[in-house]
Design a protein around this ligand. Structure first.
Ligand SMILES: Nc1ncnc2c1ncn2[C@@H]1O[C@H](COP(=O)(O)OP(=O)(O)O)[C@@H](O)[C@H]1O
Ligand SMILES: [Mg+2]
Length: 324
């Protein structure tokens, strides 16, 4: 089956300012050689600690940011040949839509909910009769769980949850096949969060919209996503079916991450923890595992050879020399 979206060796480096007058400028490896595929109608969860590159990867996949190198394929076609700025003017732009983290900040306070939802439809779908536009906006609002009588309101006249739904309706109005959600619920109240997550799950099941769901909350990702990708310092360290990773995490970083999630007593493996501080994303040594120095499974080889992401059985892959 062709993936809906596929990343190959996707990389984004940021060149930083030089420390002194001489020498090379340090390079921050925000996203480093990511291979990842999202199937049509699938929910993929992207997890990892703050600063590991989740938002940068999400923006690369949504073609809002240009990669340093590597490619993104939509239906098998390379969409990184055009710059992000050019891609924004193509018909394919509609297939991938990003929902931004903080709906209150990303919504123009002077536009009504109707105008806010109509705006991307006008920009991306071209001119259309007023009645057709109204129909599209009402459908998108309905799919996002926003009652029609709220469409005349300004953002400050809406609740937090209603504003989040306006943000989702703005993405849905152009008929996307993939929604990229960067920590969509983290700014929201817990009960609002749950209802937004239920809405997203329903959209996927009923309309077949694929989801790339970025979160640091493994519990949320486990419930919503079929598959999980775990990131550490710009790289994917483990991918696989969500239930399998939850039951039996293999990479030492994933094990530590899961160990930190509160579970029922007597459930799962004994807790594992990582020592020390992460190495940091600036000029990482190329011949060394990025977890070296923190890892409870470390061997001498981890400091002389960087592990590749290796495929295991059952759709799992792990970046570690010592996981069989
Ligand atoms: N425009 C930029 N310039 C320099 N560094 C950046 C830029 N954007 C992100 N970074 C760095 O890239 C790394 C990954 O950031 P980000 O993708 O926001 O991680 P996450 O979303 O997982 O918290 C961080 O070290 C961050 O400081
Ligand atoms: Mg982020």
């Amino acid at each position: 089956m062709t993936a809906l979206l596929e990343a190959r060796n996707l990389t984004r480096h940021f060149r930083l300012a030089r420390d002194g007058l001489f020498g090379p400028r340090p390079v921050l490896h925000a996203v480093d050689g990511v291979d990842l595929a999202i199937a049509p109608g699938e929910a993929l969860g992207l997890v990892g600690e703050s600063g590991c590159g989740k938002s940068t990867l999400a923006r690369l996949l949504a073609r809002l940011l240009d990669p340093t190198w590597g490619q993104v394929f939509l239906d098998g076609r390379d969409i990184t040949r055009d710059s992000a700025a050019r891609f924004a003017r193509t018909a394919q732009r509609r297939a991938i839509q990003m929902v931004f983290q903080d709906p209150a900040e990303s919504l123009d306070p002077l536009m009504t909910a109707f105008e806010l939802i109509a705006e991307p439809a006008r920009l991306l779908s071209g001119p259309m009769p007023r009645t057709a536009l109204r129909g599209r906006v009402e459908d998108a609002a309905g799919a996002a769980g926003l009652a029609a009588d709220l469409l005349a309101r300004l953002p400050h006249q809406l609740s937090e949850g209603q504003r989040a739904r306006v943000g989702i309706a703005r993405a849905l109005v152009v008929g996307p096949r993939l929604l990229v959600l960067d920590e969509p619920a983290s700014a929201l109240d817990v009960s609002v969060q749950a209802s937004v997550l239920r809405l997203l799950d329903r959209l996927r099941r009923e309309q077949g919209v694929a989801l790339l769901f970025v979160s640091h909350d493994l519990n949320v990702v486990r419930l919503l996503c079929q598959r999980i990708a775990v990131m550490y310092l710009g790289q994917i360290v483990e991918t696989g079916p969500a239930a399998d990773i939850w039951e039996n995490p293999k990479h030492p970083y994933t094990r530590a991450l899961l160990s930190a999630v509160p579970r029922l007593p007597g459930d799962g493996a004994p807790p594992v923890t990582l020592e020390g501080e992460p190495q940091g994303p600036v000029d990482p040594p190329p011949s060394r595992c990025r977890l070296a120095g923190r890892c409870f499974m470390e061997q001498p080889r981890c400091r002389t050879e960087a592990p590749e992401l290796r495929n295991l059985a059952c759709g799992r892959a792990v970046r570690c020399h010592f996981v069989e």
